[in-house]
Ligand binder design. Sequence first.
Ligand code: KG4
Ligand code: ZN
Length: 351
Amino acid sequence: MIAPIEFYSFFAILNRMDSLVLGIETSCDETSAAVLYNGALRSNVISSQLVHSQFGGVVPELASRAHQKLIVPVVNEALTNAGVAKEELSVIAAAVGPGLMGSLLVGVNFAKAFAYGLGIPFVAVNHMEAHIYSNFIDDPTPDFPFLNLTVSGGHTQLVLMKNDFQYDVVGETRDDAAGEAFDKVAKMLGLGYPGGPLIDRMAKTGNPKAFSFPCLNSNDDFDFSFSGVKTSVLYYLRDHNLRNTKIPNLLLADLCASFQSSVVDVLVKKTIRAAKKFGVTDVAVAGGVSANSGLRELMAKKTEESGLRLFIPKLEYCTDNGAMIAEVGYRKYSQKMFSSIQSTAIANLEL
Ligand code: KG4
Ligand code: ZN
């Protein structure tokens, strides 16, 4: 019979003065584990699955199998790099959703079994809250209340963070996520996967004003839509017989720069407008697309012009990583917000 988690939590708190948190992330195609000692990052191992690039996108079954192979070596490496023995751990946190079901199940079941075997608590982490908390891994950190723009492969959300773990989603995408639009346009342009970083690189040498690829930007709300801008790139390629052909580099750079600037422009405008409407002075950006150099640059410029403080994580904490899971794990552990050993993965988990 499984004993209630409170039993383990009680002893974990009594026996350990210091906190050593292991965070596990397996929601998509990154197998990652990180260790935090009293809130300071000691290790962050990220193994990106290369198997998907030949298919132009993540193949869920292959991702799940790769996580199964990688989870033990990645966790061992994170513990070794941190100089920590598993018996010293205070708590284990894992992303329970949203994400690919087969991928999530590997991390969640591993984390729960490991925690149960060690007699320590398990903390369930929402992958999207972890992205927001990636802004708390290093100092300085935003002050509550602040506005967070989360831009990843599966989500685009404007979240008003009133306090610790108090999420108010004030805007989100009605169709594609920002990262998804980057990946789909990259595919149309014959670039590889994941497309975001490749478009970012090409855009650096292109002219952002070469083409007009409009992106919906209504002033009525804080929602986003990226399917239109994606379709206008597609129509341009179709009308100029450029589909499934090798596009010359100069043209490719202009197409990438024009697409990127259209997306970035809307992301920045809506974020600044929302920050003013909700009266916050701190703005944070998180998720894979927050690695985009155009977004980082324009957001820095416009927040400064508006007298707002901007927080964007270091590049290694933008895309999926165990450190952001461990950060949430540490905060929830400190506030005794433990999860039941019965908790499981939820593919469409909401904030
Ligand atoms: O947060 P993340 O690692 O995974 C999800 O939670 O989805 O985000 C992955 C997304 C992909 O769509 C990828 O193309 C995009 O982030 N991405 C970028 C850049 N780096 C990663 N998009 C634009 N520019 C980048 N430099
Ligand atoms: Zn993510």
